[in-house]
Design a protein around this ligand. Structure first.
Ligand code: SF4
Ligand code: SF4
Length: 171
């Protein structure tokens, strides 16, 4: 769609957020109205909700929210992780009606960390996959394997959507 190359690895997160907002304003309606994208967004939303449901059931949401908001540097949600996000991941959040935070909670925290935990809905694969030993030590092998399988479903749809967005917006 646009007449420029999207490659954000070397720009600041604030610029990536602005770029995602620009793309959303300019192409968001058309992207959301696209049958395939709309279908995948619906499936992706459901898998993310399913992931949260499992994490809540296993106590992970609570543990991580306490750790991320009470440990200086946010446990594994430290400053700098926001830089791993690009405009496509951020655009996915906007397409899923999630506001992108622009105010950092604490100097050592990830930009997207809020008082109750992560404020993004569509998250980077590190954020979806990473579980420290504080979590893995208390989950049963079955719970761990259920969680991994669910993360895989979420990330597969994320990958499909990212691929489509990259193709559409880079051509
Ligand atoms: S995965 Fe571990 S380090 Fe990361 S927020 Fe959860 S409890 Fe904290
Ligand atoms: S994006 Fe969310 S889950 Fe990932 S590090 Fe930042 S606050 Fe934590």
């Amino acid at each position: 769609m646009p007449g420029f190359t999207l490659y954000s690895n070397e720009i600041f997160i604030e610029e990536k957020i602005d770029l995602a907002k620009y793309l959303w304003k300019k192409y968001g309606k058309d992207l959301a109205a696209d049958r395939e994208i709309g279908r995948l967004l619906g499936l992706y939303r459901n898998e993310i909700l399913e992931s949260y449901k499992l994490m809540e059931m296993f106590g992970v949401v609570n543990e991580c929210a306490i750790c991320a908001t009470e440990v200086p540097g946010g446990g594994c949600c430290g400053a700098g992780i926001e830089d791993w996000y690009d405009e496509f991941m951020l655009l996915l959040n906007l397409l899923l009606k999630t506001k992108i935070p622009t105010e950092r909670l604490g100097r050592k925290d990830c930009l997207f960390l809020g008082p109750q935990g992560c404020q993004l809905f569509a998250r980077h694969h590190f954020c979806v996959n990473y579980l420290c030993s504080q979590i893995t030590d208390v989950l049963s092998p079955v719970q761990l394997s259920d969680l991994r399988a669910q993360s895989g479903k979420e990330l597969f749809l994320c990958w499909k959507l990212e691929l489509i967005l990259r193709n559409r917006l880079n051509n």
